[in-house]
Design a protein around this ligand. Structure first.
Ligand SMILES: Nc1ncnc2c1ncn2[C@@H]1O[C@H](COP(=O)(O)OP(=O)(O)OP(=O)(O)O)[C@@H](O)[C@H]1O
Length: 237
């Protein structure tokens, strides 16, 4: 499995944010983690990226246990956080070069990888522009390209379309779906049902618990996802 999470629980003091969360994502799959505000998506991302830790449960990335082999596990992961982390005064290429250097990649090898990552997001023509000059959608694409430079096996994105207009949102959702299939696995957190496709692996998270885990089309069973999601999250509220 590309990403394996078993029996993960987490509390902020008395408030339980995750309750025995368990799922596996197969290599090359796009997995949508769909949950309303407060479902626990960011908490799960915090644990996956080791921003914080919890005593119980287990996380493995590309077979590497996050507790016992954190460098390998984190090295197999690309991460795009909700808030932008580009240096707005640097060009797109400089931002990616800086990130590559942090991973010990420099010189011609870095440039080759950066060009390939920018091509995957259709961003090569923007490489020389300062991040500040880009619109929100292109900044996000630059960040996604940056997260691919070290060739991760699994890409995590925490609500990557927040604050974007409809056209940029749809373009980024398409781009990231296109990234899957050649071995890259994606975990995409969202509260927007229109970002999920029928063939996606879908996890519905509500109040810290996984309510559904399967192919989106099977979960909706002919109904539309928005209705299914509202019904599920209303019933369990
Ligand atoms: N630092 C904190 N201290 C206390 N409770 C917190 C803290 N961070 C989150 N919570 C609570 O934990 C639960 C899960 O929050 P989390 O931010 O993980 O959800 P989310 O699905 O990412 O929501 P959103 O879409 O609003 O970001 C919520 O009930 C939230 O109020």
């Amino acid at each position: 499995m590309s990403l394996s999470v078993a029996d993960l629980s987490f509390s902020y003091g008395a408030r339980q944010a995750l309750d025995a969360v368990t799922f596996d994502i197969a290599p090359g799959r796009f997995c949508a983690l769909l949950g309303p505000n407060g479902a626990g998506k960011s908490t799960l991302f915090g644990l996956l990226t080791r921003l914080f830790t919890t005593a119980g449960g287990r996380i493995a990335v590309a077979g590497h246990d996050l507790d016992t082999a954190p460098r390998r596990a984190l090295g197999a992961m690309g991460i795009v956080f909700q808030q932008t982390t580009l240096d707005l005064d640097l060009t797109v290429r400089q931002n990616l070069r800086y990130f590559a250097a942090l991973h010990g990649i420099s010189g011609r090898e870095a440039d080759t990888r950066i060009d390939a990552a920018l091509d995957r997001l259709d961003m090569r023509a923007r490489a020389g522009e300062r991040a500040r000059a880009l619109n929100g959608g292109h900044r996000r694409r630059a960040e996604i390209a940056r997260a691919l430079v070290h060739r991760p096996r699994t890409l995590l994105l925490d609500e990557p379309t927040v604050g974007l207009d409809a056209a940029s949102r749809s373009a980024i959702t398409d781009h990231v779906h296109d990234l899957c299939g050649d071995g890259l696995t994606v975990l995409w957190a969202t509260h927007l049902t229109d970002e999920v496709r029928a063939d996606d692996h879908l996890l519905i998270l509500h109040q810290g618990r996984i309510l559904r885990d399967g192919r989106a089309a099977e979960i909706t069973a002919g109904s539309n996802l928005s209705d299914t999601f509202l019904t599920l999250t209303r019933v369990a509220a």
